[in-house]
Design a protein around this ligand. Structure first.
Ligand SMILES: [Zn+2]
Length: 430
């Protein structure tokens, strides 16, 4: 991804640097050749040439670009489990995904960690983003997910004679698990996404208390993935599934819904981050009836919402790490609503806006494995910056509305927001 030429100075706003430190009321950020050279009080900023580009934050908030830590680029207006798979051919899925990626940047999300995708779309999206052909978040890629036969992602009954060719490898035993990971190795992905447990979406045979992979299968996934420098995460709701994943060596836990003391200890032992993705549950409960979700499914989402809130509180209070991301791409939880997760965590989980911003920036970058490059506004990091017209610490929900975003920068280049040029000017056809 190209970075800005010369010097860019952002001034006239409170600086929230993403480290968790208190805001600097009159802050400034100096970016040189796309890299942060100074971030702190404006009064202490080194002198710069008169011809440096200047961005006036209008008395608002200067913070790191946000990180969506559970992003599904290929999900689009999903209304039922069946929509997750090959509803459309891969050609159209790719186009839809690029629209989602552009939208993420327009919403202030300059980076994202994938939570799984159809086919191998992530890797190719990432290439197009990296080469500035399309606009999108810096992406930690995933690919097809892994779930055991009869598990939550293997819902097609036998008479249909189809599996989940688009989204999921259906495995039977550790040998199959290794085979699936080895396929992903060749595809070039970074994160292996698995399904240790079921979900409220499948109340009859694979609900949120059901295990969908054995420990042996999960261990085989981790051993193979780690050997090839890939990381492993999993959809973990049931308590025993969370523990299996942590004992198997998972690098991240998605949802972590029903944590008991032992699960929490296992999580903290290796400082494994967790991405609760709770707003999805709330949206499912609130809008489920409108979308025709059965009452048993809605009841299950309420239970996972309650359990998830409790577990998230415990993790944060115990000094654990939470990433902010939310399974966006469903009809009732569409792409573009990403920042609702942040508001939810302030209003209903009890985090302060400063805490939630740290989760959505620094921790997100750490989960991606790029904490040394992005996630905070510190010297040496890339100039991925979000400038908001208003005091985000007083009202976190300002982030929900694109109209409030003055500028979204990647590597010092303004990509979106009110101050952005139309995107095509970024691509110069020779
Ligand atoms: Zn997901």
């Amino acid at each position: 991804m190209k970075t800005a030429d010369g010097i860019v100075v952002i001034h006239n706003g409170q600086l929230v640097d993403g480290t968790g430190r208190a805001a600097v009321s009159d802050g400034a950020v100096l970016i040189e050749e796309g890299v942060i050279r100074y971030a702190g009080p404006r009064a202490d900023m080194p002198d710069v040439e008169d011809d440096a580009a200047r961005i006036d934050a209008n008395g608002g908030t200067i913070l790191p670009g946000l990180v969506e830590a559970h992003f599904h680029a290929t999900y689009f207006n999903i209304r039922a489990l069946e929509d997750l798979d090959i509803k459309y051919p891969v050609e159209y899925v790719s186009l839809l995904s690029s629209v989602n990626c552009r939208l993420a940047v327009e919403c202030g999300y300059t980076a994202a960690r994938s939570g799984g995708c159809l086919f191998n779309v992530d890797v190719w999206l990432n290439k197009a983003i990296d080469e500035d052909l399309i606009m999108g978040p810096r992406l930690a890629t995933s690919g097809r997910e892994i779930c055991s036969a009869g598990g939550v992602m293997d819902w097609n009954p036998e008479f249909r004679r189809i599996g989940m060719e688009g989204l999921v490898f259906i495995i039977n035993g550790p040998d199959d698990a290794r085979k699936a990971v080895r396929t992903l190795v060749k595809d070039g992905i970074e994160w292996v996404k698995t399904y240790p447990t079921g979900d409220a979406a499948a109340p009859d045979i694979n609900d949120h208390h059901t295990l969908c992979m054995t420990f042996e299968e999960m261990h085989a996934v981790v051993a193979t993935a780690h050997n090839h420098n890939m990381k492993v995460t999993g959809h973990c709701r049931a308590t025993e599934g969370i523990k299996n994943a942590l004992r198997a060596g998972y690098d991240c836990i998605e949802h972590g819904t029903f944590m008991d003391d032992e699960a929490l200890d296992l999580l903290l032992e290796r400082d494994v981050p967790c991405v609760p993705a709770l707003y999805f549950e709330k949206a499912s409960v609130e809008l489920g009836p409108e979308f025709g979700l059965p009452q048993t499914v809605i009841d299950g989402h309420q239970e996972t919402l309650d359990g998830g809130i409790e577990s998230a509180k415990r993790i944060l209070r115990a000094g654990g790490r939470l990433g902010m991301g939310g399974d966006y791409g469903f009809g009732w939880n569409p792409h573009g609503d990403y920042a609702r997760e942040l508001t939810f965590f302030v209003n209903e989980v009890g985090l302060t806006p400063l805490e939630v911003i740290t989760c959505a920036t620094k921790t997100g970058a750490e989960i991606m494995g790029r904490g040394d490059e992005i996630g905070t506004l510190e010297v040496g990091k890339l100039g991925d910056v979000l400038i908001v017209d208003g005091d985000v610490l007083a009202d976190i929900s300002l982030l929900e509305h694109r109209d409030n975003l003055l500028a979204v920068l990647q590597g010092g280049v303004i990509k979106a927001g009110r101050l952005a040029e139309p995107f095509p000017t970024l691509v110069k056809q020779e």
